[in-house]
Ligand binder design. Structure first.
Ligand code: MG
Length: 183
């Protein structure tokens, strides 16, 4: 059988469509990023955070995690999983950690700041994560809350690294100007 090659455009579109379908907007994720990153990054704007979230959503690992997680949430909603997985996912069983594991896997490409931010968000659910986590009886979001935390944490880690690079670039420029003034 000839294997069909899935295009990256197809995966990107599916991931974005699934998030929208589950009521998660880029803006809502960006608001979490802003809350996490603004104390360390003076002058950070919500637009910076939106841009960072959009960049993270272009990553294949992140898109794949979204496809897997949301699919399982949807199947659990329709009671289509086999037992005992059906009950584990549907009730968001505390010891079932696969939702966190998949989400954590997706942040690893963004460095240790993203990992620690993910841990923080997993513990202190804020913004739309809290909303999804407490939206009992209205759909299954066992995987989605962790995916949102993962995207937000990656976007925050990305901003932290870019902010430092920008600072260093400015410092180098100032140094060069001083050297030129002396010579
Ligand atoms: Mg969860």
């Amino acid at each position: 059988m000839e294997k069909r090659r899935v295009t990256s455009k197809e995966v990107t579109e599916a991931a974005l469509r699934l998030l929208a379908e589950r009521g998660v907007t880029v803006k809502a994720i960006a608001e979490i990023v802003y809350e996490m990153q603004s104390p360390y990054n003076k002058g950070l704007t919500i637009d910076d955070c939106i841009e960072s979230v959009e960049k993270v959503l272009q990553k294949r690992e992140v898109q794949h995690a979204i496809l897997v997680g949301i699919e399982l949430d949807k199947l659990a909603e329709r009671k289509m999983l086999s037992e005992p997985l059906q009950t584990l996912v549907e009730t968001d069983e505390g010891l079932f950690g696969v939702d966190e594991t998949i989400a954590l896997g997706a942040v690893l490409g963004y460095g240790s700041i993203a990992v620690t931010t993910f841990g923080h968000l997993d513990k202190h659910k804020i913004g739309i994560i809290k909303y999804l986590d407490t939206k009992r009886g209205q759909g299954v979001h066992t995987f989605l809350d962790d995916l949102v935390a993962s995207i937000a944490a990656s976007a925050a880690g990305r901003l932290a690294h870019n902010f430092r690079d920008e600072e260093e670039r400015k410092e180098t420029e100032i140094m060069q100007e001083k050297e030129e003034a002396i010579s």
